[in-house]
Design a protein around this ligand. Structure first.
Ligand code: PMP
Length: 356
């Protein structure tokens, strides 16, 4: 840290993305990416856009916004596009929280929420999940701050129903409720259509998971146009060209290939079923995940040991050190072949008798 770094950031611990080691070739199941390449239509559109990179990108992201508006049956004024959904989340923390309005989210959820809060100098409340990692929705009624709920929840994959989400929104007339639907396409219910009913709802989605565009960095928020205007004020005060032309084109291209996305989601869900069944056979306890990942714990073998040993055998999964979940590992659902290798490797560890 230099002597010039503002004391405003004293104690700020940055978000730690999943590791990307280069020392060997890994089966990479640690960052919830898609195992499938982007749609050929996305690739062709991005390639074409590369030939026009001498020009600035459209700061209003009009074409992509129109396509998304059509898809979700909302107005373009209900949409903001971000450099990944992380950027939209950041805008939401900046726009809808302050000294008097803390952020409120579960104790086990996407690890970036507390980091955004701290970077913005905000207070935040971490609501403990129930013992089984489910959310007690009444914990969030009249939350006294801006609510952030990942649905399905990060790490656990456990989802609330649309009705339960609506209950939370209805019981927070004076708070914004942000529903982070990063993983919604793998089996949960979206609440996007509720934005016309509630002016306090912001839904955030990403093209990083079901649409195989993690490297392009493309996410979006859907809400009442006034919430969108607030966030656009911040976007235009920081980086009006936040979406580069190639990414924009890739986003337009992938939306023209919805069957490709749907087929990939079906494949991931099928591979998830296979993986869950195999893990149960091996004695693992699992949450009921509807994300493109599972969250697993062995009754006898230490979670950190499983992570380390899998890594030494070329399979990367995600381990968290937070006390409540340190016996768990989160595993992205990859291709069938990757999941077979994953199960095989895990079986070797169990057969060898791991650390208790
Ligand atoms: N929300 C959740 C719950 C996530 O797990 C992630 C991915 N790490 C994101 C948002 C951010 O995704 P992206 O910025 O790639 O859109």
């Amino acid at each position: 840290m230099s002597r010039f770094f503002s004391s405003r950031y004293d104690g700020l611990t940055p978000y730690e993305p999943g590791e990307q080691p280069q020392d060997q070739k890994y089966i990479k199941l640690n960052t919830n990416e898609s195992p499938f390449p982007p749609s050929p239509k996305a690739v062709a559109a991005a390639r074409e856009a590369a030939g026009r990179l001498q020009l600035y990108s459209d700061p209003d992201v009009r074409k992509l916004t129109r396509k998304l508006a059509e898809k979700f049956d909302v107005e373009p004024s209900n949409i903001i596009i971000g450099n990944g959904s992380d950027e939209i989340l950041n805008f939401a923390f900046m726009a809808f929280c302050d000294e008097e309005v803390p952020a409120v989210f579960p104790d086990i959820t996407y690890g970036f929420y507390p980091v955004f809060a701290e970077a913005c100098g905000l207070q935040y409340v971490e609501m403990p999940l129930r013992e089984d990692f489910s959310i007690d929705i009444s914990d969030y009624f009249n939350a006294g701050g801006t609510v952030f709920i990942a649905n399905p929840n990060a790490h656990t994959g456990v989802a609330l129903s649309r009705e339960q989400i609506e209950e939370i929104i209805r019981n927070n007339p004076d708070n914004v409720v942000v529903v982070d639907e990063a993983y919604v396409d793998f089996g949960a219910e979206s609440c996007v259509d509720l934005i016309n009913k509630y002016d306090n709802l912001l839904v955030i989605q990403t093209m990083s998971k079901s649409r195989s565009l993690a490297g392009a960095r493309l996410g979006y928020g859907i809400a009442n146009s006034q919430l969108i205007t607030d966030m656009n004020t911040l976007r235009n005060s920081t980086n009006p060209y936040n979406i580069n032309s190639m990414t924009m084109a890739a986003g337009e291209g992938v939306l023209e290939d919805e069957e490709y996305t749907a087929a990939n989601c079906r494949a991931v869900m099928k591979n998830r079923d296979y993986t869950v069944n195999e893990l149960k056979r091996l004695g693992f306890a699992l949450t009921d995940s509807v994300g493109n990942f599972i969250f697993m714990k062995h009754p006898e073998i230490d979670g950190g040991y499983i992570y380390e040993t899998m890594k030494s055998k070329g399979v990367l999964i995600r381990h968290f050190t937070k006390e409540r979940i340190c016996q768990y590992n989160r595993v992205t659902i990859g291709s069938r072949q990757q999941m077979e290798r994953f199960i095989q490797t895990l079986e070797e560890i169990i057969t060898a008798g791991g650390k208790k």
